[in-house]
Write a protein that binds this ligand. Structure first.
Ligand code: DQA
Length: 150
């Protein structure tokens, strides 16, 4: 790759800090630290710098999205439970206008009906749901391929 690295902001919402111990039958045994390490390797392979961040607080995530303007090329987000509730995260993503990829470890459409609606899905380039930690790697590849085309 030549030129400047792509800048990817990868955001994780509430309770994802507990991955590995949290409902492993649903979310797998991989910890968030392991996902971060793996994503750093994959991002480097795709010529991207990765800013990896998790918060349990909606406003903190909104602030990180707002601060991305002018500093980030692509946002990859697993908003966790906020997927289904947060108009504020949706509005922040719309405000910065950056390409977004939504990731979920579990297949949210095979779960409780309240998880079937996402406030992010219709403003995202796409959604990857149900492939566990692999979804984050796939999102990096899909995101960089999108940036390369645009
Ligand atoms: C999740 C799915 C959400 O419904 C849930 O609240 C999460 C994790 C996932 O990655 O599968 O916390 O986003």
């Amino acid at each position: 790759m030549s030129g400047k690295p792509w800048r990817i902001l990868m955001l994780n919402g509430p309770n994802l800090n507990l991955l590995g111990r949290r409902e492993p039958a649903v979310y797998g045994a991989t910890t968030l630290d392991e996902i971060e390490r793996d994503c750093r390797v994959v991002a480097a392979e795709w010529g991207a710098d990765l800013d990896f961040f998790q918060s349990n607080h909606e406003g903190v995530l909104v602030d990180r999205i707002g601060a991305a303007l002018g500093h980030v090329d692509l946002i990859i987000i697993n908003p966790a439970a906020l997927t289904h509730t947060s108009v504020a995260i949706r509005d922040a993503l719309l405000a910065v206008g950056l390409p977004v990829i939504e990731v979920h470890l579990s297949n949210i459409y095979r779960r409780e009906p309240f998880r079937h609606h996402s406030h992010v899905a219709d403003i995202a380039l796409g959604q990857i749901s149900g492939f566990g930690a692999l979804g984050y790697r796939l999102a990096i590849e899909a995101g960089v391929r999108h940036l390369q085309k645009s």
